[in-house]
Write a protein that binds this ligand. Structure first.
Ligand SMILES: [Zn+2]
Length: 225
């Protein structure tokens, strides 16, 4: 169920009787190379949240479609005070007697800005970044993200997909250095000039569907434990 299907006062009654868990997906609005839309993170995390909600009986609230993306500058990015925004939302939800919230994150740069605790003692807040629930190494507009988008969207321009930063063959130390630089303000295009981390050219819809199923299955297991 998502928020567009909820009506007051039924929703307030439901909060009292069923004590529902609310999922808040958090995405971004930032460059994803020439072949994926700037809404990519928000698109993917919205889809995962809605599948997870169906599986676990949660309610999906509207996606926060902006995140913290300073690292992508001067390529296109938007950034907000996400910590404050989420703090405001959590406060409102607790004032409405909602006691269980899952924040599902879809963008790496958001991780440090997501609160991991909540004010009220009897409430439960769980925070997950979805790529921790898949085996394959994650990327940015590379094989994984492009495959995920092929599975859920008709907006992928495969003809424009170009190989980006490839770390295969580099030492652990070198990769660590690249990762650190990539998360600094304006750092990402310094390590990945075309805004792509990984190789999207071999991405397929089938792989995307496989990744989605794996992520939702593992997340559901985690949420139900
Ligand atoms: Zn992304």
């Amino acid at each position: 169920m998502d928020a567009s299907e909820l009506y007051d006062p039924e929703f307030r009654k439901l909060i009292k009787s069923k004590k529902p868990t609310i999922i808040i997906p958090v995405g971004s609005l930032e460059q994803h190379g020439a072949h994926l839309p700037i809404t990519t993170d928000s698109d993917i995390v919205t889809e995962i949240a809605s599948r997870l909600a169906k599986k676990c009986g949660f309610i999906v609230f509207p996606t926060i479609s902006y995140g913290v993306s300073y690292e992508h500058s001067p390529l296109f990015n938007t950034s907000i005070d996400l910590r404050r925004l989420l703090g405001n939302i959590l406060l409102s939800l607790s004032e409405n007697e909602i006691k269980s919230v899952v924040i599902l994150n879809g963008h790496h740069g958001n991780e440090r800005s997501i609160p991991n605790n909540w004010y009220s003692m009897d409430s439960e807040l769980r925070v997950y970044s979805y790529w921790h629930f898949m085996k394959h190494e994650f990327d940015h507009a590379g094989f994984v993200e492009t495959s995920l988008m092929l599975a859920i969207s008709d907006k992928v321009k495969m003809k424009k997909a170009k190989k980006g930063l490839i770390t295969k063959g580099l030492s652990e130390k070198e990769i660590q250095k690249i990762k650190e630089l990539s998360t600094k303000r304006r750092g990402f295009p310094k390590v990945a000039k075309n805004g792509v981390w990984g190789d999207p050219t071999k991405a397929t819809k089938k792989d995307g569907e496989k990744f989605l199923a794996e992520i939702v299955r593992n997340l559901a297991k985690e949420c139900q434990s």
